[in-house]
Design a protein around this ligand. Structure first.
Ligand SMILES: C[C@H](O)[C@H](O)[C@H]1CNC2=NC(N)=NC(=O)C2=N1
Length: 118
């Protein structure tokens, strides 16, 4: 795998007690670096959807995401419906909104392989 660049090369950092959600202009700037992700209607999460090849592929994808999440100590909400529809949502629980950690994890997830439905 080629060396990660940009957000994918960064590490998530523990949220300090005084950490706050990102202001809207930072959110929109960072969204441009992960263009396959979108802001949820409430503006407090980012999400991406995939149509995996099959259930086993979707589960393997979730396990890869889980490995990165534990390495980064920053964890996603994972949804697997209709046996292969995958949705990942990211937000920072400690601040109840978005921080740079969410965009770093999104970029790392984007670098994972996933065999999609034909
Ligand atoms: C103690 C541990 O570092 C924290 O609870 C981490 C774990 N994973 C996390 N994941 C997310 N998405 N948000 C958090 O605030 C968070 N905090």
């Amino acid at each position: 795998m080629s060396q990660p660049t940009g957000l994918a090369a960064k590490r998530c950092t523990p949220c300090s007690g005084t950490a706050q959600s990102l202001p809207a202009d930072d959110v929109h700037r960072l969204l441009r670096e992960v263009p396959d992700w979108s802001l949820t209607p409430g503006g407090d999460r980012i999400r991406r959807a995939w149509h995996a090849r099959d259930f086993a592929t979707a589960l393997a994808f979730f396990n890869r995401i889980g490995g990165i999440a534990d390495e980064e100590d920053h964890h996603p909400d994972l949804h697997l419906t209709d046996y292969r529809c995958v949705v990942v949502e990211l937000w920072t629980h400690a601040v109840g909104g978005l921080t740079e950690n969410d965009f770093i994890l999104a970029a790392k997830i984007d670098s994972l392989p996933l065999e999609l439905a034909k």
